[in-house]
Design a protein around this ligand. Structure first.
Ligand code: ADP
Ligand code: MG
Ligand code: MG
Length: 252
C-alpha cells in the first residue's frame, strides 16, 4: 500500500536535511509502529505524507497504492483515502463539530465526483459511528475542539477518521502527552479501524501506546533513517534497553 524508497527531505527555509534515505513499506491490513527519539524526524515524515508545504523532497519516492503520492495535492490525498491525525488539534470556535464533519465528508465526496450527503444520511452515519466509538452525540454539537479534554479531542479525531473511511491512517502521537483516557480512546479507535483493506501507521515515542495497540511491525527511526525493523517484540526491547543501545547496536 505504501512504499517509501530512499527518501530525502529537507526544510525548505534553511535547507537542513531531516530525512536522510528512509525506506519503509507498509502492506494493507498492517498496523505499523514507527518509534524514535525526539528529533529523529518522525513528525517530518508525517508532514511529508500529508503534503504539508515547507518540506522539500530532494531524492527518493513515495508510492501509495501504485500511485506517486508526491504528485498528489492535499485534497487528492484525502480523496484517495489517506488520513493524517496531527499532534496538535486545531480549535475552531463557532463551528459545531457536526458541521465540520459534514464539510470534511462532503469535500472528500466532491473530490471523488460523488454527490453531497443529505442531512438525514449524514446524521445516520454520524450516529452509527458515534455509537460504535462510544461517543456522546451531544459532544458533537460543541465547537470543534474548543474546551475539549485531551480524551474528547482524541474521540473527535477518531470519529472523523472513521467517517472518512480511510485506507491509510497515519497517527503522530509523539509528544502529545496522552493521558490514560486519551490513550485508551486512541488505542480502541485504532483497533476498531483494523481491517484487511486498511493500513495504520502509528508514530510514537513511547512504548506504552503499543501495550494497547499491538502492532504487526515496528520500525525504529533515528537521524532520518529506519535503522531497525521487527515485530512487536522490538517495541518491548526498546522499552527495556532504551534508544541509545538499539541505535548503537544498529550502527555497529
Ligand atoms: P520528531 O517528531 O521525531 O521529534 P521532527 O520531525 O519534529 O522530529 O524534527 C526533526 C528535526 O528537524 C529536529 O531536529 C527539528 O528541530 C528539525 N525541524 C523540524 N521542523 C523544522 C523546521 N520547520 N525548521 C527547522 N528545523 C526543523
Ligand atoms: Mg518532537
Ligand atoms: Mg514529532
Amino acid at each position: 500500500m505504501l512504499e517509501i524508497k530512499n527518501l530525502h527531505v529537507r526544510i525548505e527555509e534553511d535547507g537542513t536535511e531531516i530525512i536522510k534515505g528512509l525506506n519503509l513499506s507498509v502492506k494493507a491490513g498492517e498496523v505499523a509502529a514507527i518509534m524514535g527519539p525526539n528529533g529523529s524526524g518522525k513528525s517530518t515524515l508525517s508532514y511529508v505524507l500529508s503534503g504539508k508545504e515547507d518540506y522539500e523532497v530532494t531524492e527518493g519516492s513515495i508510492t501509495y497504492n501504485g500511485e506517486d503520492l508526491l504528485e498528489m495535492d492535499i485534497s487528492e490525498r484525502a480523496a484517495a483515502g489517506l488520513f493524517l491525525a496531527f499532534q496538535y488539534p486545531v480549535e475552531i470556535p463557532g463551528v459545531p463539530t457536526m458541521t465540520f464533519l459534514k464539510e470534511a465528508m462532503n469535500a472528500q465526496r466532491k473530490q471523488r465526483g460523488e454527490a453531497e450527503l443529505t442531512t438525514p444520511d449524514f446524521i445516520k452515519k454520524v450516529r452509527a459511528a458515534a455509537k460504535d466509538l462510544q461517543i456522546e452525540f451531544n459532544m458533537l454539537k460543541r465547537p470543534v475542539n474548543v474546551g475539549f479534554s485531551g480524551g474528547e479531542k482524541k474521540r473527535a479525531e477518531i470519529l472523523q477518521m472513521s467517517l472518512l473511511e480511510p485506507k491509510l491512517c497515519v497517527l503522530d502521537e509523539t509528544d502529545s502527552g496522552l493521558d490514560i483516557d486519551a490513550l485508551k480512546v486512541v488505542s480502541d479507535g485504532v483497533n476498531h479501524l483494523r481491517d484487511p483493506n486498511r493500513a495504520v501507521i502509528v508514530i510514537t515515542h513511547y512504548q506504552r501506546l503499543l501495550d494497547h495497540i499491538v502492532p504487526d511491525t515496528v520500525h525504529v527511526l533515528s537521524d532520518g533513517k529506519i535503522i531497525k525493523s521487527g515485530d512487536k517484540s522490538l517495541a518491548l526491547e526498546l522499552e527495556e534497553k532504551g534508544y541509545a543501545d538499539i541505535i548503537a547496536a544498529a550502527a555497529a
